[in-house]
Design a protein around this ligand. Structure first.
Ligand code: PLP
Length: 410
């Protein structure tokens, strides 16, 4: 199939782009819904011409002109998602990967391939992003700082500054204009997973690279894993070369689901944000809660610290699902210190504000009163009873053996 020419003639509103971008050629193809192309390879009867195109891909910085060749090089369905996401982020290009972590890996490899192995990063980041940097798994070296300290940490071999805003899981925000200024000529990567382009477009603040765990809001239904980087075409070309060489491609079915997910992104994010804002204000007024964090820019995530046992809240919800991940149509809750940020050393975790009492709620599209009823009951169950006094193990809900917590279950 011919690759589409996805030229956007005039800037369109985000809600319009969400349902039309990446679909410009459909009428010409006689289709209404985007096609799903699962081919791993494509017939080629002119080997010399194909060889030329592959050479051009390698030489030109990673853009394959003409029809597809092999699924690790490119895929027309994934290309539609990339085009749409680039449009939503206001980027020249976007490159999709098998997961958010594969996307971050590719960015780090592109910089390291230029000898720029040092990264300046602001905590908190998502636990596994933190781990990838802190453990030096890719040979990168990281300096952790707060936003005010970025400029002082930049070195000649600094290849990247990384921030997440709002950050996972504290929802801490940075002033993107100030951070961009502090970076000087070093590219700024903003993980925009929590905000989505509906609430924040970091490239408009001078960031060079925007990263998403597409597994979250972009997919939006908890049934697809992916990652995507929005950036200029020059950087996108290098990312495509790394993706081709290392193989972290998005499956076309995931590309299809992500394109479909994007079409409802603005509606989902705005509806869930309205519910989240109301839940945040109810929680803020609740004596069972000691602190609520809700981003200044809004959004569908609420983090809060409970007076009682956070694990009892997790065990107590019935409508809300206790699970990692976020950004689905249904509401999820999790305890970052036990799960999403478990891999971060305890002292670093605490210093970044990820304490034992913190819970992270990803608000979905349910009716607010049903969510509140569920949370309210779970919070009641979490009231500050000491496990010994309650006679119940707060993790399992099982009766405690004489002698208190820790006695092995039969
Ligand atoms: N960035 C953020 C903010 C995340 O929350 C996550 C996952 O939770 C990732 C990146 C990694 O994405 P994935 O799980 O798709 O690899």
């Amino acid at each position: 199939m011919e690759k589409a020419a996805f030229a956007a003639p005039v800037p369109r509103a985000l809600a319009t782009e969400a349902v039309h971008a990446g679909r410009e050629d459909l009428a010409q193809l006689g289709l209404h819904a985007p096609p799903l192309d699962l081919s791993t390879t494509y017939p080629s009867y002119d080997a010399a011409a194909e060889a030329e195109r592959i050479d051009a891909f390698a030489a030109s910085g990673g853009r394959l002109e003409g029809p597809p060749v092999y699924a690790r090089l490119d895929n027309p369905t994934t290309a539609r998602f990339e085009t749409a996401l680039a449009r939503l982020e206001g980027a020249e290009s976007a490159v999709a990967f098998a997961s958010g972590m594969a996307a971050l890996t590719a960015v780090l490899l592109v910089r390291a391939s230029r000898g720029l192995r040092h990264v300046v990063a602001v905590r908190p980041l998502y636990g596994c992003s933190d781990h990838l940097l802190a453990a030096g798994l890719l040979g990168t070296e990281v300096t952790w700082t707060d936003p005010a300290g970025i400029a002082a940490e930049i070195r000649p071999d600094t290849g990247l500054v990384i921030v997440e805003t709002p950050a996972n899981p504290t929802l801490a925000e940075v002033d993107l204009d100030a951070v961009r200024h502090a970076c000087g000529s070093v590219p700024l990567l903003v993980d925009n997973t929590f905000a989505t382009p509906v609430l924040q477009r970091p490239l408009e603040h001078g960031a060079r690279i925007v990263l998403h765990s597409a597994t979250k809001y972009l997919g939006g239904h908890g049934d697809v894993m992916g990652g995507v980087v929005a950036c200029d075409e020059e950087f996108a070309g290098r990312l495509r070369q790394v993706r081709f060489a290392t193989g972290g491609v998005l499956h076309p079915m995931a590309g299809y689901l992500l394109l479909r997910g994007l079409s409802t992104l603005p509606v989902r994010v705005r509806a869930a944000s309205a519910t989240a804002a109301e839940l945040a204000s109810r929680l803020a007024a609740d004596p069972r809660i000691t602190r609520v964090r809700y981003p200044r820019i809004g959004g569908a995530m609420v983090s809060f610290e409970v007076r009682g046992d956070p694990l009892r809240v997790i065990a107590g919800v019935r409508l809300i699902t206790p699970a990692v991940s976020l950004g689905s149509v249904d509401t999820l809750i999790q305890h970052p210190a036990s799960i999403s940020h478990r891999i971060v050393a305890e002292t670093d975790r605490r210093a970044a504000g990820v304490g034992e009492q913190l819970l992270r709620l990803s608000v979905g599209l349910e009716d607010i009163e049903d969510l509140w009823l569920d949370l309210d009951a779970a919070l009641d169950a979490s009231r500050a009873v000491s496990p010994a006094a309650s006679g119940v193990d707060s993790r399992s809900g099982a009766p405690l053996a004489p002698g208190g917590r820790g006695a092995p279950a039969p």
